[in-house]
Design a protein around this ligand. Structure first.
Ligand code: NAD
Length: 519
């Protein structure tokens, strides 16, 4: 049963030549606590982006298999919803221990399938692990409210109950963290779950399901199906699925939001971004330059909270040399190589898209301060590498500014004042994250108050909140109402029932025909 369960991890980094697609193992479905061979005849290759080696194949789950997964989750819900919250918490307590135990295995799976460096992959796992830790305190977070004597002898209280079967649809860029944003909160609230990992890197999710089972999660509580558009549409349409968490691109997110909410589901969608860093002239040069380079080029820019645009208040030129010298020193190679700073981008198509957006910027008047498009990486000649790239004199009408590039490209812009910089950021459609670099408390306070983005860093380049807060992207970066994890996450995965109760020995009132009011 274990064979092919964690297929991506089994492959080694040494084989750069690749294997033929059909001999690569097929990733299993995970239904009812067991890894199951899919009967699907169609599959998608999972490709190591540094080598083009086909690591495994993701089956396109058939309609019957999907139906069986939902049925299993629905059946498991009947028991799971009645399992004490303390028991559910203890399973999470064990799960966080097992994730720590298998950190290296999980990180290697992420690096092989997604491409990021091993150090960065550990961060991917760790930021998800923190959500599991948060779920260990679910009893506190799921508490209801109680008001005694809302009317004479009458009390009202509210209880937060699970919804039923919930589902999660994941992107490629955080193969461990994002599944962990979703299922630990959902199942600890008492729901059962159907997870659809990215078809590009399902390995970490499969390992996590294995660990959740080892931690004691009963069969059917967490299930994994694989595929692309069709299975996503099946999730949107299924009448027994009550809520969907989605993280990914705008196109998929808005499609899922409208299709699934039309069937009455609760939906939360975290989508694309264009995160600006506003750099004030008084900012600490060393700290700011280091922060910008790390946040722009780390993970090859494939983070929804990457800093992709720097807005320099005053002159950008005085900063360019510092950016260029730091960025040029970064080591671009396979994420498994010692000392790697950034790995490849996810696919050949992603690389082409990134390069063509850089090209269109340059053709429309942007200045190439650093061009990483032609990079050659010894030993990994077939990898999808793009070196750190810096475009200056970028303006708002340029395609490279309007679109999310999602690659190791930093755009530099200028503003004549803090107010002008704030206006620029606020007129961008996205509202995921932003940061200001300054030594002025007054400038930071003005920025924090007036900026229209959901997550603000003050001298912090990637302000992703820890899970006792929520991930609060806004405007075009988010659709829905309740955000991921934290209090909002618990609210997303629960529904409120409000009970009004009265206990009395004798009825003194008789028949009351008027609408009851507080007495
Ligand atoms: P993607 O939208 O291509 O894929 C995400 C998921 O949706 C996958 O599971 C995929 O199978 C499915 N999917 C894709 N297109 C679909 C369609 N047309 N219909 C139905 N299902 C579809 O996203 P990606 O390329 O994997 O991830 C990168 C994107 O995710 C970037 O835009 C990035 O900003 C965003 N992202 C956002 C956050 C956030 O928290 N805001 C976090 C991580 C990534």
């Amino acid at each position: 049963q274990q064979a092919g369960f964690s297929a991506g991890v089994a492959a080694t980094v040494k084989d750069h030549q690749g294997v033929s697609s059909l001999s690569a193992p097929k990733v299993k479905l995970f239904v009812g606590g067991e890894a199951i061979e899919s009967q699907a005849t169609e599959s998608v290759d999972v490709v190591n982006p540094a080598t083009q080696e086909v690591l495994c194949r993701v089956p396109l789950t058939t309609s019957e298999e999907f139906e069986a997964a939902v049925k299993t989750a629905k059946e498991a819900y009947a028991t799971w919803r009645n399992t004490p919250v303390t028991t559910r918490q203890r399973i999470m307590l064990k799960l966080q221990e097992l994730i720590r135990r298998d950190m290296e295995k999980l990180a290697l799976s992420v690096t092989l399938e997604q491409g990021k460096t091993i150090g960065d992959a550990r961060g991917d796992v760790f930021r998800g692990l923190e959500v599991v830790e948060q779920a260990c305190g679910m009893a506190n977070q799921q508490m209801g409210e109680f008001v005694e004597n809302v009317s004479s002898g009458i009390d009202t209280y509210s209880i937060r109950q699970p919804l039923g079967v919930c589902a999660g649809i994941c992107p490629f860029n955080f193969p461990a963290m994002i599944p962990l944003w979703m299922f630990p909160m959902a199942v600890t609230c008492g729901n059962t779950f159907i997870l659809k990992p990215s078809e590009k890197d399902p390995g970490a999710a499969m390992l996590l399901a294995e660990l959740a089972t080892e931690a004691g999660l009963p069969p059917g509580v967490l299930n994994i199906v694989h595929g692309t558009h069709k299975v996503v549409n099946d999730i949107c349409d299924h009448p027994d699925i009550r809520a969907i968490s989605f993280v990914g691109s705008d196109v998929a997110g808005m499609h899922i939001y409208s299709r699934a909410s039309a069937t009455g589901k609760r939906v939360q969608c975290n989508m694309g971004a264009k995160n600006h860093a506003v750099v004030m002239p008084d900012a600490d040069p060393e700290a700011t330059l280091n922060a910008l380079v790390g946040a722009a080029f780390g993970a090859a820019g494939q983070r929804c909270m990457a800093i992709s645009t720097a807005v320099f208040v005053g002159d950008s030129k005085s900063w360019e040399e510092g950016l260029k010298s730091r960025a040029s020193k970064l080591k671009v190679t396979a994420g498994t190589e010692p000392g790697a700073d950034l790995g490849p981008v996810i696919s050949k198509q992603a690389k082409e898209r990134i390069c063509s957006l850089v090209e269109s910027g340059a053709a429309n008047g942007a200045r190439l301060v650093l061009d990483g498009r032609g990079i050659k990486v010894p030993g990994y000649e077939h990898g999808n590498f793009v070196g750190p790239t810096i475009l200056a004199d970028v303006t708002q009408d340029m395609e490279c500014y309007k679109q999310e590039i999602f690659g190791p490209v930093l755009l530099c812009m200028e503003a004549s004042s803090l107010q002008e910089a704030i206006q620029l950021v606020n007129s961008n459609k996205y509202g995921n994250g932003t940061a200001i670099f300054t030594r002025s408390g007054a400038a930071a306070r003005t920025f924090q108050h007036e900026i229209d983005a959901g997550q603000v860093g003050i001298n912090i380049p990637i302000p992703v909140p820890l899970p006792f807060f929520s991930f609060t992207g806004s405007r075009a970066s988010f659709a829905g109402d309740l955000n991921f994890y934290g209090k909002a996450g618990v609210h997303f995965f629960t529904q409120i029932k409000t009970v009004t109760s009265q206990w009395k020995d004798k009825d003194l009132q008789g028949v009351a025909m008027a609408f009851p009011t507080s007495q």
